[in-house]
Design a binder for this molecule. Structure first.
Ligand code: CA
Length: 230
């Protein structure tokens, strides 16, 4: 369900920062250090979006962009170009080769994330994953945002998946094993107690504003999202 983003950047420190920030926002990140790697990577598994540096060794970002647009698999993948140049003429050239947006270095990370999410929303509109609601809680599966009573709540990626899982079947009591399989995956070994840790975090985040608890603990059975949990 997580959107895949390919970052094409030869500057290691910027790559690290981009990866860190995007993963924090729930993206799955793939890396390419130059244009050739980018073309190969996007051929093997077309990403949901591409962040593409303009100044790359050998093939420039603009040429990469042009080539991506010629391929069926990446024809309509949203592309944001990163550029150190700010001349208007260059911006226009960047957009002429088929980029959807551009950001001038140094840029603000929250702005990049916001623009990326906006592009993904636009490209996903026809295949929207929709939203789940429970009581005053809203979970948007396209933007990975959760709000309660209209206020945004910051959740870690595991808490987000856990909440999504619970909200898909309100009132249903999931055992720790079911949550482990559904949220972490059956092939990953996690101690059942880990579920309790993340439930605690989720509760804390959801109830932060003094809202009533909506997660019901059923002793020896598991957890459910439920009205009047206590
Ligand atoms: Ca560069």
């Amino acid at each position: 369900m997580k959107p895949n983003v390919l970052i094409v950047e030869d500057e290691v420190s910027l790559m690290t920062m981009l990866r860190y920030n995007l993963e924090k926002e729930g993206f799955v990140v793939a890396e390419a250090r130059d244009g050739e790697e980018a073309l190969i990577a996007s051929d093997e598994s077309p990403p949901d979006a591409i962040i593409l540096d303009w100044m790359l060794p050998r093939i420039s970002g603009l040429e990469v962009c042009r080539q991506l647009r010629r391929k069926e698999a990446t024809r309509s993948v949203p592309i944001i170009i990163l550029t150190a140049r700010s001349e208007e003429r260059d911006k226009v050239r960047g957009l002429n080769v088929g980029a959807d947006d551009y950001m001038v270095k140094p840029f603000s990370m929250p702005e990049l994330v916001a623009r990326l999410q906006a592009l993904l929303r636009r490209s996903n509109r026809s295949q929207s994953k929709g939203r789940l609601t429970f009581d005053d809680i809203e979970l948007d599966m396209d933007t990975y945002r959760v709000s309660r009573g209209g206020e945004y709540i910051h959740l870690g990626p595991t808490e987000f998946r856990l909440l999504r899982y619970l909200m898909a079947r309100p009132g249903f009591v999931f055992s720790r094993e079911e949550l482990l399989n559904g949220v972490w995956g059956a092939d990953i070994y996690v101690e059942p107690r880990t579920v309790d840790v993340h439930i605690r975090r989720l509760r804390k985040a959801l109830n932060g504003q003094g809202s009533p608890d909506v997660i019901r603990t059923v002793r020896a059975a598991g957890y459910a999202i439920d009205k009047g949990a206590h």
